[in-house]
Design a protein around this ligand. Structure first.
Ligand SMILES: NC(=O)c1ccc[n+]([C@@H]2O[C@H](COP(=O)([O-])OP(=O)(O)OC[C@H]3O[C@@H](n4cnc5c(N)ncnc54)[C@H](O)[C@@H]3O)[C@@H](O)[C@H]2O)c1
Ligand SMILES: [Zn+2]
Length: 704
């Protein structure tokens, strides 16, 4: 899509673009803040947000009620209780160019009525790329910790904060009420080690340290947070019973004296020139800091002046974040390799002449899929102006907020004369089976199933992973080793390992990475029959599209392995009663159902499952207690703020009583439970004449 210059936009084009931007940015915010799994780069996000602000500046009347410029963060995630911030937690205005900094200095002077030669010092400090946290101390004791959330209300993460060593539980001689604010982050070293651990046990790995920090902090189980090496820098404050100091710098020193970690690169600067000099200084140190920063923050040093300057709707007037440019570099594409994943997906990987991008040496990058290499997007439209990517090309490597770098662009003027268009393989490079691309799928997949060694190994890794069978001592590395040795070919083999190779302990312990203890511990862990929950078993099978939560839904719906298996066989033709029953499960769509039914009826897979189940005691899943339930089979929608339970609790409770919980109100809805702040859903429910209950009414209905 070519972008029209803002000054050439017609009013209707502007209205349409603002609508599209609001939707795009809301989705990006949800992915980034609520899910800790960004879908676009930070640079792209910043570009969209700037574009939105420019259009609004030219057409102020078109500014939408849900304008992205009026919002901080994103809605809160389910599961946490909420904390209302006594003093709002805000965002920061952004600057990208050097001129933006002198403009900022001028704006502040104009607002305060200062002449250009009046002294106006600023602090300059790194902008830590983590997530912000507010810590409330009363009489020196930590009583509450909250995330920023949407700025007004955050998530209560007190138990999690208590596990962080940089956060003192008690303070000496602090003000009676003191809210300390700062950034939770993870060091590069700890991040790499965490990802390695996660990969070894088949758990979730994180794209970058910020996601790892946010994902670790926002755990419902504080024991998980405790295992994650989180750090904390203090740089601000909220509610206070008495001031910390007269200046920003003084306040930071006071926080340091109280026992908080403060950033050593914080410095006082007299005017834009010194600010920019310190910015460049920090930029050159960036790669060596050992943690991610994404810019430098300047703040008016005099707190009385900060007070006079006050706030805009989402940002303070007395501070600005000077962002570093996106991390790019050019290098040679030496080869394109194809990797095969668990579900058979063929993923192209660029092998590059090593190059440093933002302080990290990059020699591999993702090329996504065959369309991306060819210069097409998923809808068949052009990307990169239709330029394809060829081995031998001079390519731009891009790393912004992601650890996996991407190949973003090609310099055609540097293309070698003999470079040929890349031919994406139509057979699997690992097993030679046909690699098939189904309609509407961007990905080509190996059709070899279990005969494909790449798929078999990836499936085994998934099977032993933490959310599946979680077998102690058997991680990704060991699985690969056993597969190569021919000791384990499929999950069932794990449980006969001791029987077949009991004497192998001797052999094993002489191998690299194995000691006597670890070898016998593993053999003991897998000896005998294994108890496993039905949900974990279904998830462990590693069927495409069938994730953890879907597996649990299926388990709850079918209860036992036998019922599940019989139902899948009955649904084999993708029609009839069993098929309809599967699709009626809230959260199961056609794509998932088709993939599931096809895997469960594939002969070789089935035989492998039968061999596996023979070693298992599958525990029955708790089925909804529908008997006597007043809401069994009814569709319920929760909207507005719930005060007596979290959304997640309300949903779990309703489902355990056999109700279906839906996110939107329609004619099919039976009951709408409304809390304070309910909006259009309540209106619609009343229009449709549905049963509308408040929280107490609902609790009464379900009996307490
Ligand atoms: N990739 C995406 O999809 C996506 C989506 C949403 C947001 N984002 C990223 O987040 C940014 C917007 O988020 P935001 O509203 O948090 O704004 P921001 O990150 O630009 O600035 C505000 C935040 O900076 C942090 N901060 C770090 N060090 C600080 C310091 N020394 N002093 C003061 N604050 C400091 C605080 O947590 C504060 O809340 C975007 O510019 C983008 O980089 C990315
Ligand atoms: Zn294959």
């Amino acid at each position: 899509m070519t972008e029209i210059a803002v000054e050439n936009l017609t009013e209707s084009q502007a209205r349409e673009e603002l609508r599209a931007l609001a939707a795009l940015l809301a989705e990006a915010n949800r992915a980034y803040h609520t899910e800790d799994a960004p879908e676009i780069t930070d640079a792209e996000y910043d570009r969209l947000k700037t574009r939105n602000a420019e259009i609004e500046a030219r057409f102020p009347a078109l500014k939408r009620p849900d304008s992205p410029t009026e919002q901080v963060g994103a809605p809160l995630a389910d599961g946490f209780s909420k904390v209302r911030h006594e003093v709002r937690m805000l965002s920061l205005a952004n600057a990208f160019a050097d001129e933006d900094i002198s403009d900022f200095d001028e704006q502040v002077r104009r607002y305060l009525g200062l002449a250009s030669d009046d002294s106006l010092p600023f602090t300059a400090e790194p902008k830590i790329d983590g997530l912000s946290l507010s810590l409330r101390y009363e009489r020196g004791k930590l009583i509450q910790a909250a995330t920023r959330g949407d700025g007004q209300e955050g998530e209560n993460v007190t138990a999690n904060a208590r596990t962080i060593t940089d956060i003192p539980n008690e303070l000496d001689s602090a003000p009676d009420v003191l809210e300390v604010r700062g950034e939770v982050y993870m060091s590069h070293e700890d991040f790499a080690a965490l990802n390695q651990r996660q990969a070894a046990r088949g758990g979730k790995t994180f794209a970058n340290p910020r996601n790892a920090a946010a994902g670790s902090m926002r755990q419902l189980d504080a024991r998980i947070t405790a295992e994650r090496p989180l750090r904390f820098f203090a740089y601000a404050w909220g509610a206070l019973s008495e001031p910390l100091a007269d200046t920003q710098k003084g306040a930071i020193e006071r926080l340091a004296a109280l026992g908080f970690q403060t950033n050593p690169l914080t410095q006082l600067c007299d005017g834009p020139q010194e600010m920019l000099a310190h910015y460049r200084d920090i930029e050159t140190q960036r790669a060596m800091l050992g943690y991610d920063i994404d810019g430098v923050v300047y703040k008016v040093n005099d707190l009385a002046l900060q007070e006079r300057l006050g706030f805009r709707s989402t940002t303070p007037r007395w501070a600005i974040a000077h962002k570093f440019p996106a991390e790019l570099a050019w290098t040679r594409l030496e080869a394109i390799d194809i990797q095969v994943g668990r579900t058979g997906a063929l993923s192209p990987v660029a092998r590059l002449t090593p190059v440093t991008v933002g302080g990290v040496v990059v020699s591999n990058a993702t090329l996504h899929n065959e369309d991306y290499i060819a210069g097409r997007d998923s809808t068949g439209g052009e990307i990169r102006g239709g330029k394809d990517i060829r081995v031998g090309d001079w390519v731009q490597v891009y790393r912004a907020g992601d650890v996996i770098p991407k190949v973003a662009d090609v310099d055609l003027s540097q293309r070698p004369a003999d470079a040929r268009a890349f031919v994406f393989p139509t057979t699997c490079p690992e097993c030679g089976s046909d690699a098939i691309r189904e309609e509407g799928d961007a990905v080509r997949r190996c059709s070899g199933g279990l005969i494909c060694p790449a798929q078999a190994v990836e499936k085994l890794k998934h099977f032993v992973g933490r959310s599946a069978f979680d077998i102690e001592g058997l991680g990704a590395k060991q699985v690969e080793q056993f597969y190569t040795d021919g000791w384990i070919r499929e999950p069932a083999d794990i449980f006969t390992l001791k029987q077949r190779f009991g004497s192998g302990i001797q052999q094993l312990k002489n191998r690299e990475g194995w000691g006597e203890k670890s070898a016998s511990r593993l053999f003991d862990a897998i000896d005998g029959r294994r108890r496993i929950g039905l949900g974990r078993l279904i998830f462990g099978l590693g069927i495409r599209h069938v994730g953890e939560s879907a597996s649990n839904l299926l388990a709850r719906h079918y209860g036992t392995w036998e019922t599940f298996e019989a139902a899948m066989q009955a649904a084999a033709s993708c029609e009839g009663e069993a098929w309809d029953d599967l699709l009626a499960i809230d959260g199961v769509g056609t794509v998932l159902a088709e993939s599931l039914v096809s895997a469960m009826n594939q002969e070789a897979e089935r035989a492998s499952m039968d061999r596996l189940v023979a070693h298992l005691d599958v525990q029955e899943a708790e089925r909804p207690q529908t008997e006597g339930s007043p809401v069994a089979g009814r569709t319920v929608v929760f909207t507005g703020t719930l005060e007596k339970m979290t959304r997640a609790e309300a949903k779990a409770r309703a489902e355990s009583l056999g109700a279906k919980v839906s996110g939107s109100v329609s004619k099919k809805t039976d009951i709408v439970v409304v809390g304070p702040g309910a909006g259009s859903k309540e209106t619609k429910a009343r229009e449709l004449g549905l049963t509308v209950l408040d929280e107490d009414g609902w609790l009464e209905l379900i009996g307490g």
